[in-house]
Write a protein that binds this ligand. Structure first.
Ligand SMILES: Cc1ncc(COP(=O)(O)O)c(C=O)c1O
Length: 425
């Protein structure tokens, strides 16, 4: 497969099966999955698997034929959005959804400028790699793309500043002025509304609404990338943008939508799609197929019927409480933030200098893997433990995580003499 691929962990895991929040390796070891958000309603949820199999046995074509399933799904999905956002277009990956969103924004505004935060991930195609600022691209970033600082209350240029929201938002005007200086206008400002790749920073209240206002005043649209926060993960709301009291012009979503079946979408208004459709048509061979929509419908059913959004809120709050307790005994923990079942733990070498504990974070990730807990890290300095399990994660699972995390923190602090052997039970 070549060297561009990367495996997780010093000792990579060979997983052979999964159920709920559990994964099993080829040697029969069991792992608590604290990392994967794609199996949103749990690994191999029988309801989703059955829906996919049943539809696959009946018919699987594409959107050039009439089919009730795609209409039913478009209606169920758009019903989750504020009025006016009532068109759904389907694709297979978050990258494709973002790519389509850029085309829609350009068609609607007649402009080409893109404003993005400076440590964002939006996908892997050429155009989207250009707005993915967390990785260096092998090609120079094009002139139509301008970055603004990610809003961060813990570190970054205005951390702790009483007017941090206004200060961070002012960079949008600067970005627009830069585009104007290059003879360009903004088509859109795109953010992951939970700033997951940035490490889930606590966003200064009011920042996003103000930033979007500035962009709209300059004729640009706001694209909410909901690939990470969407479908109830943050607990309080179904979509990440709702946490910021701002309504997007275009929303994109993917990953958890099909619980592992490739399914993504763009939701927007008729006005935006009409502008695009005047000069373009859209066809995506696999996007919106009957099987994909059967998966999507089953995921929505399970979220609603199993109360997974409220579980995310309740279990997330319980976990936050436990983590705060753990932090009082672990000086390495500098900050805990997020909400619902998306929580970041920022590790620092020193709480006053906030020196990022990057190597310690990598060690924690690998020690937890040895302890039977699969977790990842994120952030500009890769010093933030990322807790983002399937939404069927309960208090019982949170307790296992807290116990294992406490052991690993003690080991890293050197207050423990080796970890007890292995796996979660
Ligand atoms: C915020 C965000 N947007 C878009 C994507 C791209 O999604 P995909 O990998 O399905 O193309 C990702 C993937 O991690 C993501 O985190």
């Amino acid at each position: 497969m070549g060297p561009a691929y990367r495996l997780f962990y010093d000792q990579p895991v060979h997983i052979v099966s999964g159920e709920g929040v559990w994964l099993y390796d080829a040697d029969g070891n069991k792992y608590l999955d604290v990392y994967n958000n794609v199996p949103h309603v749990g690994h191999c949820h029988p309801r989703v698997v059955d829906a996919v199999c049943k539809q696959a046995r009946t018919l699987n074509t594409h959107t050039r034929y009439l089919h009730e399933r795609v209409i039913e799904y478009a209606e169920r999905l758009t019903a989750k959005f504020p009025d006016g956002l009532d068109i759904a277009m389907f694709a297979c990956t978050g990258t494709e959804a973002n790519e389509l969103a850029l085309r829609l924004a350009r068609a609607m505004t007649g402009a080409t400028g893109m404003i993005v935060t400076d440590n964002a991930y939006h996908g892997n195609s050429w155009a989207i790699a250009q707005i993915t600022t967390t990785y260096e691209s092998s090609e120079k970033r094009a002139d139509n793309i301008v970055t603004v600082p990610s809003p961060d209350s813990y570190r970054g240029p205005y951390a702790g500043h009483p007017q941090a929201a206004e200060k961070y938002a002012a960079h949008l005007q600067e970005a627009i002025d830069t585009l104007h200086g290059r003879g360009l206008r903004p088509a859109a400002f795109i953010v992951d509304t939970i700033f997951s790749n940035e490490g889930l920073p606590a966003v200064p209240p009011g920042y996003l609404a103000r930033a979007v206002e500035i962009v709209r005043n300059a004729g640009g649209l706001f694209i909410a990338d909901e690939v990470q926060p969407g479908f109830g993960r943050t607990g309080r709301h179904f979509w990440g943008f709702e946490n910021h009291a701002v309504v997007p012009d275009i929303a994109t979503m993917g990953k958890p939508m099909g619980n592992g079946y490739p399914l993504s979408a763009v939701v927007t208004s008729a006005k935006v799609v009409d502008a695009f459709a005047r000069h373009s048509h859209y066809f995506n061979t696999f996007g919106g197929s009957p099987v994909a929509c059967a998966a999507g419908l089953a995921v929505l059913d399970v979220i609603e019927q199993e109360g997974l959004q409220s579980n995310a809120l309740e279990t997330g709050n319980y976990l936050l409480e436990g983590l705060r307790e753990l932090a009082s005994a672990s000086p390495l923990i500098g900050d805990i933030r997020g909400g619902g079942l998306f929580i970041g733990i920022e590790l620092v070498r020193d709480r006053s200098s906030r020196d990022p504990a990057t190597a310690e974070t990598a060690r924690a990730v690998n020690l937890l893997r040895q302890q039977g807990v699969l977790i990842g890290s994120t952030g500009r300095f890769d010093n933030i433990l990322k807790i983002r399990p399937p939404l069927v994660f309960t208090r019982e699972h949170a307790e296992i995580l807290l116990r294992k995390l406490a052991l690993v923190m003690e080991e890293i602090h050197g207050t423990k003499d080796g970890l007890p052997g292995g796996q979660t039970s």
